[in-house]
Design a protein around this ligand. Structure first.
Ligand code: ADP
Ligand code: ASP
Ligand code: MG
Length: 422
């Protein structure tokens, strides 16, 4: 069981969580619980780091931001004890959760599940702070924002759990962010492949890496709400959204429990920025000169457009980078101006990426055309386009994000009916 920040925000909410956990244990389940920091706490800690030193050392940043989950894991263990359960916390370095790669965006390499399994077999509930691990040289690491989802899936894999229930503040995965579209529909199931794509284009309900890991390790994941009444459907009857394989999805469709749509979901991302380099020489190697230094600096480039060469053998190259890396990318490119040979560098962080995702589009033409036509009808200008087998993304002005998501949700027939029969 994993509980996100909103579920852990304060001792009252932690008491509700303890009751949900206690019920699972009382039903005869052995339970490990992964927790996030209280809502807003990680942001607060990140700000402290920025104030202390704008160019902070990521290793010390990890020391600071990992503390949020330490607090909630101890508090949940205490609360569970207060309602009569045996429970203890297991910090990242105690298990240990071994991680590799960079501080602040570490990856889990391996979790030793033995101690957890023994404790659980002895009837103790294991409480594990999400988001944190330990590096080879014994220092605290964190997994990148939203990383507790990945901690939960990794713990589930390490102990061979029957299921990984991700409790959050919405009752499942919806056709789009239900905070933007009131008529978004809850999905009974979504495939790993689609969830991976949705998460990677901005649906923050699950961290992208958690979905990749669940797919690789075959972990059964359910997304569900912790804000439920005592008489709500128990988690074992799948009140939330199950992440399933394509075979399972086909079975659900055959049984009439799921409908096949061309588009399964829509996501948006406001955290990217656009860079345009004007008058780049239109010759072999020019683009490599631009992207080599960015790759070396571990800056992820997403959408790329190179216009057809204009006269004089020159062209413009446009691409996006994460907003957080914009300043660094700009400085690197300025530095390489001589090698690249561009005229001007124009940046814009006032953009958003809107993506429509669905395995149904593999075998159906016209999904992209519907997107372009619907946006055009509302006067929304498309600045760039990228596609994959199961996704179409467009870049638009950030101010038009919500409108675009709503328009597309309607255009693909995803809106819930006016009076849902319940
Ligand atoms: P937690 O703190 O539990 O990890 P997050 O805030 O990280 O929760 O993720 C849950 C949020 O994800 C929801 O409140 C919702 O606004 C947002 N969200 C974005 N896209 C979707 C979607 N397709 N389905 C459900 N929630 C979504
Ligand atoms: N507390 C961390 C964050 O806010 C990790 C998480 O909640 O998943 O990013
Ligand atoms: Mg989250």
């Amino acid at each position: 069981m994993k509980f996100g920040g909103t579920s852990m925000a304060g001792t009252e909410r932690i008491r509700r969580v303890a009751n949900i956990v206690r019920r699972q244990a009382a039903d005869g389940n052995q339970v490990a619980v992964v927790v996030s920091a209280m809502a807003g706490e990680t942001d607060r800690l990140v700000n402290f780091c920025r104030e202390a030193n704008a160019l902070y050392d990521p290793a010390e940043y990890d020391v600071v931001v990992a503390s949020g989950e330490q607090v909630t894991s101890g508090l949940l263990a205490l609360t569970l004890q207060s309602v009569g359960c045996k429970a203890r916390s297991w910090l990242g370095w105690q298990l240990p959760v071994r991680t590799i790669e960079a501080h602040a965006k570490a990856r889990i390499d391996d979790i030793d599940g033995d101690a957890l399994v023994s404790a659980m077999e002895a009837g103790e509930i294991a409480v594990i702070p999400g988001f944190q691990g330990v590096s080879d040289d014994g220092r605290i690491t964190t997994l990148g924002r939203g990383g507790s989802d990945t901690s939960a899936v990794a713990v589930a894999a390490a102990i061979g759990a029957d299921r990984c229930d991700i409790y959050t503040d919405v009752d499942g995965v919806y056709t789009t962010d239900p905070r933007i579209v009131a008529r978004a529909r809850k999905l009974k199931a979504v495939t790993y492949e689609e969830m991976l794509e949705l998460a990677s284009v901005g649906a923050k309900v699950l961290q992208t890496r958690s979905v990749g890991l669940a797919m690789k390790e075959g972990v059964r994941v359910q997304v569900l709400s912790s804000f439920v009444d005592d008489d709500a459907t128990p988690a074992d009857e799948y009140p939330g959204t199950m992440i399933v394989s394509e075979e399972e999805m086909n079975e659900l469709v055959e049984k009439g429990e799921m409908e096949r749509q061309h588009v399964t979901g829509i996501a948006h991302d406001k955290n990217e920025a656009k860079i345009i380099l004007t008058r780049v020489p239109d010759k072999p190697g020019a683009v490599a000169h631009i992207f080599d230094p960015l790759a070396k600096a571990a800056i992820n480039v997403d959408m790329i457009i190179q216009n057809v060469g204009r006269d004089k053998g020159e062209t413009d190259v446009t691409f996006t980078v994460p907003m957080a890396d914009l300043a660094r990318a700009q400085a690197l490119l300025e530095d390489k101006r001589g090698d690249i040979g561009f005229n001007r560098i124009i940046t814009d962080s006032h953009i958003a990426k809107i993506s429509v995702v669905g395995v149904g589009m593999k075998s159906h033409a016209g999904v992209a055309a519907t997107m372009f036509r619907s946006l055009a009808d509302r006067g929304i200008n498309i600045q760039a386009i990228t596609t994959s087998e199961i996704k179409v993304s467009v870049m638009i002005d950030e101010d038009e994000t919500e409108l675009a998501v709503r328009v597309l949700h309607t255009a693909y027939g995803l809106d819930a009916p006016d009076n849902p029969a319940d």
